[in-house]
Structure formats: structure tokens, C-alpha cells
Design a protein around this ligand. Structure first.
Ligand code: HSE
Length: 299
């Protein structure tokens, strides 16, 4: 039996679109073994099993199959047990976790023929962008760069002391829908402001100086277009900051909103975010999280 645990992630962190990401201590666990025949997918302790029921739609199974195909291996049968705590379609990296967990599981089942760098490259290609896949693989805070089709990344020793509050709306927003409103080109002043903020944010997190990350996390390009999908979005950001959040942003493609806080501030920030969402008619689940420093691993 192979057992793999993959973390949730929050991507973008405001201005770092498709670039910055952080792993969170909320997990998808997969147990699998090769069988004589048949495909059996079992859910245990699943909080949210949408779109994961049938093998054809199950992203974990699809990712496993991709690795089997690369190895020219065809399993006669598979048993997969899924224990998922990552809300699906909420901007917390559930698909990246499914793909990464699936690929690492399949690779181990057939004797680790591929390196983790190869798996990472295929996972990014399957996901379509690197900013969730990379921190899911490495843990911590990461910077992803796709250069001439190849994925490069840095893991930054930063952010361990931060608490992460995620306000997770009941409704689903697919990444596809959230990306459909993005522009094909951006004016230079907007590029400059996002570039400055993303670099400033990274430097602040690295230096442990959180005094201006509220400003650095204000994205000028993507969030203003995506907020049409998220009732109360601006008020949620404002309420989180007023309650003491260090900085706040849409988590990945949304609809969840995340906030960084110092230890001890998280509850009041979470309550403020839930209230602001509530006033806009949106019911949320508030998750109190921390950065995961390990990334995907066997257990
Ligand atoms: N960077 C991606 C986006 C993350 O914002 O569309 C999707 O989870």
C-alpha cells in the first residue's frame, strides 16, 4: 500500500498571479495499491467529494494514469482510497493536490521510475499553471517561473510564523470561469504596480517585516475583474484589515478570500471576514490554517 499526503495551497497572494504560492496545513490523503482486476475508488472521511466520484472524472485517477502511460505500464487493477479535507472549487488548490498526489502515488506503486522533477513538470502541464503545483510539491512559500515551457522554482524560507485565515464561500467558482474575465494584455502602469508589489511582498515575507504587506497584496489587475463573481469581496478585504489582518487577497482563482495574521489575531479576523461575507448574503466556512513546510510526502 502506498500512502501520499498532499497539501492545499493558496496562489497569487494578490499581485503574484500564476507565480507566488504557499502550501497550507490542510490535506488530501491517498492510499493505493495495485490489484488483480477492476478499479475501486473509496472515499473515507471526505468532506467534499464533488466531481470525484467516477474514475473518468477523478483527477487523482487521471494523474495516476498519465504516469502509468509514461512508464508504458498498464495496471490490471487499482484500489484507491481518498481522504480529502481540501474544499473543491474554492481556490485552495484542490486540483493541484489531486494531480500531485496522484502522480506521486502512481510513481511509487511502480517502483519510482521517474524523478520528482519529472512529476512536477507533468503536474504543471496537467494543471495549466505552476503556482499551486510547486508549493504543493515543496511546501512553504514558493516562486514559480515557466521559461520557454520549462518550470523553474525557488522555495523561500519565509512565512512560517504567519497564520492563514481562509473564508470559504459555499458556492463554487471554477478556475476556468475565473480566468475567463482576464484581459489578454495589460497596460504598462498596471504591470509596473503589480511587479513592484509582488517583489515587495516577497522581500517583506523573506525579511519577516510585515509592516506594509497590506499594500503589497493589493492586486491591481486580476482581482478587480474577478470580484464580480464574489459578492462583498471589497468589504471582506476591508473588514479583515480593520480587524488586524496583515494582508489579504483572493485565494487563487477564488472564491475564497485569505488573510495573513499574527498568532492570536486569527479568530477576530476570521469573524470579521465571515460577517462581511454574511452581510453580502454569502455563507462561509472559516478555516484557521498555517503554512505547511513539507509539501507532498509519503507516510
Ligand atoms: N494563478 C491561478 C489563477 C491559480 O489565479 O487563475 C488558480 O488556482
Amino acid at each position: 500500500m502506498v500512502r501520499v499526503r498532499a497539501p492545499a495551497t493558496t496562489a497569487n497572494l494578490g499581485p503574484g498571479f500564476d507565480t507566488l504560492g504557499m502550501a497550507l496545513n490542510l490535506y488530501l490523503q491517498v492510499e493505493a495499491e495495485l490489484m488483480g482486476s477492476g478499479i475501486e475508488i473509496v472515499f473515507s472521511g471526505v468532506r467534499d467529494r464533488l466531481v470525484m466520484e467516477s474514475p473518468q472524472e477523478n483527477l487523482i485517477y487521471k494523474a495516476m494514469n498519465l504516469v502509468f502511460k509514461k512508464a508504458l505500464y498498464q495496471p490490471t487493477g487499482l484500489y484507491i482510497e481518498i481522504d480529502n479535507d481540501i474544499p473543491i472549487g474554492k481556490g485552495l488548490g484542490s486540483s493541484a493536490a489531486a494531480i500531485v498526489a496522484g502522480m506521486f502515488t502512481a510513481n511509487r506503486l511502480i517502483g519510482d521510475p521517474f524523478s520528482s522533477e519529472e512529476l512536477l513538470r507533468w503536474a504543471v502541464a496537467m494543471e495549466g499553471h505552476a503556482d499551486n503545483v510547486v508549493p504543493c510539491r515543496t511546501g512553504g512559500l514558493t516562486v514559480a517561473m515557466v521559461y520557454k515551457g520549462e518550470v523553474f522554482y525557488q522555495r523561500v524560507q519565509a512565512g512560517q510564523e504567519l497564520q492563514v485565515v481562509a473564508a470559504v464561500p459555499e458556492f463554487i467558482l471554477t478556475t476556468e470561469q475565473s480566468r475567463s474575465v482576464l484581459p489578454s494584455s495589460i497596460a504598462l502602469p498596471e504591470v509596473i504596480s503589480n511587479l513592484q508589489r509582488a517583489c515587495f511582498l516577497l522581500a517583506s515575507l523573506y525579511n519577516g517585516d510585515f509592516s506594509h504587506i497590506d499594500k503589497a497584496m493589493q492586486d491591481m489587475v486580476f482581482q478587480p475583474l474577478r470580484q464580480q463573481f464574489i459578492p462583498g469581496f471589497q468589504q471582506v478585504l476591508k473588514s479583515a484589515l480593520a480587524a488586524g489582518a496583515l494582508g489579504t487577497a483572493l485565494s487563487g482563482a477564488g472564491p475564497s478570500v485569505m488573510a495573513f495574521t499574527r498568532a492570536g489575531q486569527e479568530t477576530v479576523v476570521g469573524q470579521a471576514m465571515a460577517e462581511a461575507f454574511g452581510e453580502a448574503g454569502v455563507k462561509v466556512q472559516v478555516l484557521y490554517l498555517k503554512p505547511d513546510m513539507q509539501g507532498v510526502h509519503y507516510y
